[in-house]
Design a protein around this ligand. Structure first.
Ligand SMILES: [Zn+2]
Ligand SMILES: [Zn+2]
Length: 430
């Protein structure tokens, strides 16, 4: 008996329509990154465990419970990356990429990430993220540009009713004062918190804001707000970010409870949400400053900012919201069907002209006849059937069938491209 092997829980095979959605997203995002002058970087899918545990934070859910950590054959502890920023920073420091002429160093990545979570709708154990990082500058305008870029990803993809949330969680100095006040507030509420949050109270109380238990978040949100504790420098920076967003005509809302899930964040943080989605599941992507991370990795004491979006999640939400990918809408896909006995040079001439004109084109190899060929073309998403029989060859003609409405035209061979453009224009305007 054959051995039946299924894909591991929380992984996906991606094919068919999903590939088309995915490519539509990737192509759009890459085009946008190009305009903002970001360059692609690819880092390994696994790193030494410390790269993640130290940067993301020992008290986060990711590090405590969700990392795929394993010893390799020499006993070194490795971890499949649960996110992209730590690897980029590790690489930038290791390769000494941050030199003054490069600042800000603008990089983006598209890669698979791994977290051992309970799989559910839109949350997989292997998932794909697209992220961008700008390293070396603390210019508030750069924060605004990153937020602008994140916003425009979703605008480009066709999302509507977007809302931009921003906050500042300050530097380590302002956070010290805040954490004292926040602990004072939380202390009498401790019994109402989950077990994890009781630990977080000691280690990093800010993490209570992103606990998965809604009750914990509700308690935290009644407490003092971190953006009320900003030092003069952090406050001025945040004011300038807001000013730049206004100068870019980007609407935003200040979200006092936004802290984002990683310990490495400092200062500006932001999140893009969709008002078309239920509030528990409405985040499309987000990011923030991480001004200490380069130094923590042994690099220069330089600030940085980044964001990430979930590729699979974006795809799922597009489907859910009825946003259709645009599959090269103006490109024709033609199927050549021939029953001519001695027509090969004539047919190949047509095929060559079509392919030279970038028209996606196949030739019927089944020899099953015109009726069967048209049926096959209709089923396979061709929009044009090109029929060539003995009559056509004799008169230097081509029969073109618009499979969108089954109208048929007999045209001169020379007019083929023009006719296809005409038909495709009509399809586009439908
Ligand atoms: Zn500060
Ligand atoms: Zn909790």
């Amino acid at each position: 008996m054959a051995l039946a092997i299924n894909s591991p829980r929380g992984t996906a095979d991606i094919f068919g329509d999903d590939i088309r959605y995915r490519n539509f997203i990737i192509n759009n995002v890459k085009e946008l990154f190009k305009v903002f002058n970001f360059e692609e970087m690819i880092t390994p899918a696994f790193e030494h465990t410390g790269v993640f545990s130290r940067s993301i934070g020992e008290s986060t859910d990711i590090v405590q419970k969700e990392m795929y950590t394993f010893p390799d054959k020499k006993g070194r502890s490795l971890t499949l990356r649960p996110e992209g920023t730590a690897s980029i920073v590790r690489a930038v420091v290791e390769k000494k990429m941050l030199i003054s002429e490069n600042i800000p160093l603008k990089l983006y990545y598209i890669g698979n990430m791994f977290r051992y979570e309970r799989p559910q709708k839109g949350r997989m154990r292997e998932f794909w993220q697209i992220g961008a990082e700008a390293l070396g500058s603390d210019d508030p305008l750069l924060d605004a540009e990153m937020i602008w870029m994140l916003n425009n990803i979703f605008v480009r993809l066709g999302f509507k009713n977007l809302k931009l949330l921003i906050n500042s969680i300050g530097c380590s100095r302002c956070r010290e004062d805040y954490i004292i006040k926040f602990r004072e507030f939380i202390k009498p509420e401790l019994t109402g918190l989950c077990g994890n949050c009781k630990n977080r109270y000691d280690k990093n109380p800010l993490r209570i804001f992103d606990c998965k238990v809604p009750g914990c978040r509700a308690i935290a949100s009644k407490g003092p707000k971190i953006n009320q504790f900003l030092c003069a420098a952090c406050n001025e920076h945040f004011e300038k970010v807001k000013g730049s967003l206004s100068d870019l005509s980007l609407d935003y809302e200040i979200s006092d409870d936004l802290v984002r899930g990683f310990d490495y964040y400092t200062g500006t943080i932001f999140e893009m949400i969709s008002n078309d989605l239920a509030s528990a599941q409405n985040a499309l992507g987000g990011g923030g400053r991480y001004d200490r991370l380069l130094k923590e990795f042994g690099g220069p004491d330089k600030p940085a900012i980044g964001f990430a979006i979930g590729l699979d999640r974006t795809m799922m939400l597009m489907k859910e919201l009825g946003i259709k990918y645009i599959d090269d809408e103006s490109r024709a896909k033609a199927y050549i069907i021939s029953i001519a006995a001695a027509g090969q040079p004539y047919i190949l001439d047509v095929l060559k002209k079509l392919r030279d004109a970038n028209i996606i084109c196949d030739i019927d190899h089944t020899g099953a006849g015109i009726g069967a060929g048209i049926k096959r073309a209709g089923k396979k998403d061709y929009n044009i059937a090109i029929i060539i029989g003995d009559d056509e060859i004799e008169n230097n003609k081509i029969t073109v069938k618009d499979l969108n409405n089954f109208k048929q035209y007999s045209i001169n061979k020379e007019d083929l491209l023009e006719k296809i453009i005409e038909i495709m224009g009509a399809i586009k305007n439908d």
